[in-house]
Design a protein around this ligand. Structure first.
Ligand code: AMP
Length: 961
């Protein structure tokens, strides 16, 4: 179709040059052939008819830089109806869908050509024809499809042949070529003066690229100017697909909208768009990790590309540990295991291991063993049964506290707390480090009494009875009856204790409703009180038999001094005769019911020992205590001296008892119970409690400071250095303190010189209130030869044998203290063993008077050691007696001579050794005058003498008249 035959190419192909990556040059034609002759009929026709004389010709011209270039030109502007065609060779499409044709040309301005009006044009047309044929010799004009009419931006006017000043135009057109393997381009001149300088044919691609670690290949743009070609990327080496990598190739060769991408595989990280191996000392565990990381503490990597670092020797990694975690170690043993026994359950508490091995996943397990010691002293331990309960659990504990319950009473258990963590198994270390504690359980407290009945009612009394609790959980030692007037509520109540299941409550008001609660006590302590039962006294105005008019009152109603004296004398003598058999001390009920007397409250009746402490002791801020030095060793730990400064008070010296670490619940309770007891007392001869420290450890009991320490050691240190009066003064102080305690209904049970403290003024004070529970907690003490904690040498026989601890047994102990004092701290019964002491005492043997002991003092001791407790003096009587001795020092002058070897009661050797303080036997000088003097009525001396009463015996004959 072209005016020039195919063979005679108008365009010769130039170098295919890629100008940019995005443009792929298909063809580049420079105008090298100018031949326009053609054998092609159609073209010929076309050419012959219209174009031959004016056909395209190849001409050399100079470009703007005056460099000669070849062009195809046509300039048939004078003839009308021009149709001059110039065609390219076949151009393979090479996958392109849209090709770009850049034409450089010059165009002559028609106005500058004279006489061309109407025929001269200033445009040309660009055509294309798609074809699979690379050598089509004839293509019909109609087969070409027009791309565009191209006009020049710049035209030129002057023509200077051989030296044209021309304006070069560049126009680009694009065309969609999608149907065939290639295409032809053609230029149609319709009467312009035009010279084609070059034609560049190219298509666009989105160049190969790496985005998000995915490679996207060189991609030919789409067919339409708005089309986007979706391209799937492929992950670069050593990487893994994160999400399908995709991008779109835009028509202009730009990549658009990257989606998804890849991660570098474990052991590799992204560097410069590629995945590079982690170097030694670094690792990358997961593809999602952003980069290689330094090996965590206690680990290493020697080779490149490590996905995990190996642990140093002795360090481990648990299966579940992330590779980023340091290598760790198993824990050390738990610390400070404390056991607190509460009847048949045990609370175990411990502190976390000192070394947690760098982990925070320590867990604990509790091993429970029942251990028994055989006769050969070897210990066998068996695992506890499955009936033992652990709360919250036995294994896998994250807390440091467990409550073990449902244990057997009075059984020795060993608990071992093991600590493990995530690497305990990995370490292959065998059994986990542990700490153990052995405890002996107590007994469960008895269940409450369920029913109280009244057996007899009077105006002033109620006889009550009740059944044993359903579950006594041991031998019931006593019952406690609490009662109060209903109207009074519990504001003021009274307590009675009895060993039987009945009690006669006397001294009540007529026609009054009383509320009663009863609870039982075993070696395990008190059970809960029964629910309240109400009973009323009756209004019978007539006294019952045995009740009613007080004979003393009748006597006093006819009083006169003589009568008073008569009664007094008679009472005195009778009391001497029968020793102390009518002592008031054993009438404990009477004391309970005496409304004026403050009654001691057993802190062990509190369910919560901390409540007892709270009620009876003041909490002291530890910052107000200044500890100075250790002064002794108590049962629970060191005793120190120090100073206490309470706000608004002057600084005082104090003794500080502390509870050593690792204590059991029982030890804590016992330790604090001493303070709960002491805190109830207020007497110059009872050690004064300043307060307690319970809110921080160690627990402390703060008491007044006694400069001279315990009495026994003090006396030993000052052997023979005191006058008898000084010694009696000390004894008087102790008796006064004990009277106070007995008035409060408190039984000390451990009265001994070692438990008396002495201050700088030689004032003696009773201390150590800790023994009472220890004895009660020993259920076998009464039935076996076991002596347990009982201080045999100081204890009355009935207390040793059947645990009958009363004020009377305290009086016995007081007699021993007297002996210790007078002998300056000698050990009672010297080096005799306990069994021999018990046997000797049982057979009537009594300690002899110490050297230089006033006879009256030894007699008082012997009185205290009466087998029948009712025969022993009360502390009130002892106090009176000592007062009298102090007022009459002469009575202390007579001593029993050198230390004898022992005294047998009722041995008949009374002439040599005092066995009784009855006046006629040993104290003949005890005259009526002395007696009157002792009772402060010496002014009646003459009256008595005049009446013929010259000795005490004669006073017995004194009548009412
Ligand atoms: P205890 O625990 O009561 O047996 O005390 C042990 C020792 O500490 C006693 O024997 C005394 O030597 C000493 N001690 C205890 N309390 C005091 C105190 N209040 N003043 C001086 N020393 C004391």
């Amino acid at each position: 179709m072209l005016c020039c035959p195919h063979k005679d190419k108008k365009f010769s192909q130039g170098d295919k040059k890629q100008e940019t990556l995005r443009f792929v040059l298909l063809e580049f034609f420079e105008m090298v052939s100018t031949s326009c002759t053609s054998t092609n009929t159609a073209l010929d026709q076309l050419c012959v008819t219209w174009l031959v004389p004016l056909c395209w010709e190849e001409v050399s011209i100079m470009d703007e830089k005056n460099i000669p270039i070849r062009t195809y030109q046509v300039c048939n502007v004078l003839e009308p109806s021009q149709n001059n065609w110039l065609r390219t060779d076949w151009i393979p499409r090479s996958g392109a869908q849209r090709v770009y044709v850049e034409v450089k040309f010059t165009l002559r301005d028609c106005n500058s050509l004279p006489g061309v009006t109407g025929t001269c044009k200033e445009t040309f047309n660009l055509y294309y024809h798609e074809s699979n044929e690379d050598r089509e010799s004839y293509i019909k004009e109609s087969s070409f499809i027009k791309v565009d009419t191209v006009a020049a931006d710049e035209s030129f006017t002057q023509v200077d042949v051989g030296d044209r000043i021309m304006k070069l135009n560049t126009e680009v057109r694009d065309v969609k070529v999608t149907t065939k393997k290639g295409f032809y381009l053609a230029f149609q001149d319709v009467g312009a003066c035009i010279a084609l300088v070059s034609v560049r044919v190219f298509y666009k691609t989105c160049p190969l690229t790496i985005r998000n670690l995915a490679t996207f290949p060189d991609t030919v743009t789409g067919a339409d100017t708005s089309s986007l070609v979706e391209v799937r990327g492929s992950c670069v080496n050593r990487s893994e697909e994160r999400e399908e990598p995709k991008m779109y190739c835009g028509a202009d060769g730009e990549w658009l909208v990257p989606i998804g991408g890849c991660f570098c595989s474990p052991g590799y990280e992204e560097r410069g768009g590629a995945c590079k191996a982690c170097t030694a000392g670094f690792y990358k565990a997961r593809s999602v990790d952003p980069a290689c990381a330094k090996c965590p503490p206690h680990s290493y990597s020697l080779r490149d590309g490590a996905t995990v670092c190996d642990c140093h020797t002795g360090y481990f990694r648990a299966d579940s540990d992330p590779a980023s975690m340091s290598c760790t170690q198993p824990p050390s043993a738990p610390q400070q295991l404390i056991s607190v026994v509460n009847e048949t359950s045990v609370v175990l508490e411990w502190a976390p291991p000192r070394r947690l091995g760098g982990r925070s996943d320590a867990i604990y397990s509790v091993e429970c063993l029942i251990c028994k010691r055989s006769i050969s002293n070897s210990q066998t331990c068996l695992p506890c049964g499955s009936d033992v309960l652990f709360s919250p659990s036995q294994l896998g504990l994250r807390t440091t506290r467990v409550v073990v319950s449902e244990l057997k009473a009075h059984t020795r258990y060993t608990f071992t707390v093991h600590a493990r963590n995530g690497v305990s198994r990995a370490s292959g270390a065998g059994s986990a480090p542990s700490v153990s504690v052995s405890v002996t359980t107590n007994q469960a407290a008895p269940s409450p009494v369920s029913m109280i009945q009244v057996l007899d009612v009077t105006r002033h009394s109620l006889l009550l009875s009740w059944q044993q609790p359903d579950r006594p959980n041991g031998v019931i030692l006593e019952y406690e009856v609490k009662f109060y007037e209903k109207d009074q509520k519990e504001r003021s109540y009274r307590i009675m204790r009895t060993f039987s299941q009945t009690v006669d409550v006397t001294g009540l008001s007529p026609l009054t409703v009383y509320v009663f609660h009863v609870r039982a006590r075993t070696a395990a302590g008190y059970g809960d009180f029964s629910s309240p039962f109400e009973f009323s006294t009756n209004s019978d105005p007539f006294p019952l038999i045995g009740e009613g008019v007080n004979s003393a009152f009748l006597l006093l109603s006819v009083s006169g001094v003589g009568v008073l004296l008569l009664i007094s004398a008679a009472a005195f003598i009778i009391s001497r005769r029968s020793k102390y058999s009518k002592t008031k001390q054993d009438s404990e009920e009477e004391k309970h019911l005496n409304p004026g007397v403050k009654i001691y409250v057993d802190p062990f009746t509190y369910e919560d020992p901390d409540q007892a402490i709270h009620d009876f002791a003041k909490e002291i801020d530890v910052s107000s205590i200044h500890i100075e030095k250790v002064i002794g060793m108590g049962e629970f730990g060191e005793v120190c001296s120090g100073r206490l400064r309470l706000q608004g008070k002057r600084e005082i010296y104090v003794a500080i008892k502390s509870l050593k670490a690792g204590y059991s619940d029982k030890q804590r309770r016992d330790f604090l119970s001493e303070a709960s007891i002491m805190g109830q007392f207020d007497h110059p001869n009872i050690i004064r409690l300043e307060g307690v420290v319970t809110r921080c450890k160690p627990l402390m009991i703060i008491t007044e400071y006694m400069e001279n320490g315990s009495l026994d050691a003090f006396l030993r240190k000052h052997d023979g250095q005191f006058t008898v009066i000084q010694l009696v003064g000390m004894l008087r102080g102790i008796a006064s303190g004990m009277k106070y305690l007995s008035d409060m209904n408190y039984v000390h049970r451990d009265l001994a010189a070692r438990n008396i403290l002495v201050n700088s003024n030689l004032v003696c004070k009773v201390s150590d209130f800790g023994l009472s529970r220890v004895l009660e907690d020993d259920p076998e003490a009464a039935y076996t030869a076991r002596v347990g904690h009982i201080p045999i040498r100081w204890t009355a026989p009935e207390a040793i044998t059947y645990r009958k601890f009363t004020t009377s047994s305290d009086v016995w102990s007081y007699g021993i203290v007297m002996w210790e004092v007078v002998s300056y701290g000698e050990r009672p019964y010297w080096d005799m063993n306990n069994q021999d002491v018990m046997k000797a005492v049982e057979e009537g043997y009594r300690l002899p008077a110490p050297m230089d002991c006033p006879v009256v003092l030894h007699q008082l001791m012997l009185d205290c050691w009466e087998r029948e407790r009712a025969e022993r003096p009360s502390f009130s009587q002892i106090l009176n007696m000592l007062d009298k001795l102090i007022r009459n020092p002469g009575t202390l002058r007579r001593t029993g001579g050198d230390r004898p070897t022992g005294t047998m009661l009722e041995s008949g050797l009374g002439s040599e050794v005092c066995v009784s303080v009855v006046p006629e036997a040993c104290v003949p000088e005890w005259s009526v005058y002395e007696w009157l003097q002792s009772i402060g009525l010496e002014i009646y001396r003459e009256t008595f003498a005049a009446a013929g009463y010259n000795n005490l015996e004669s006073l017995l004959a004194l009548t009412h008249q």
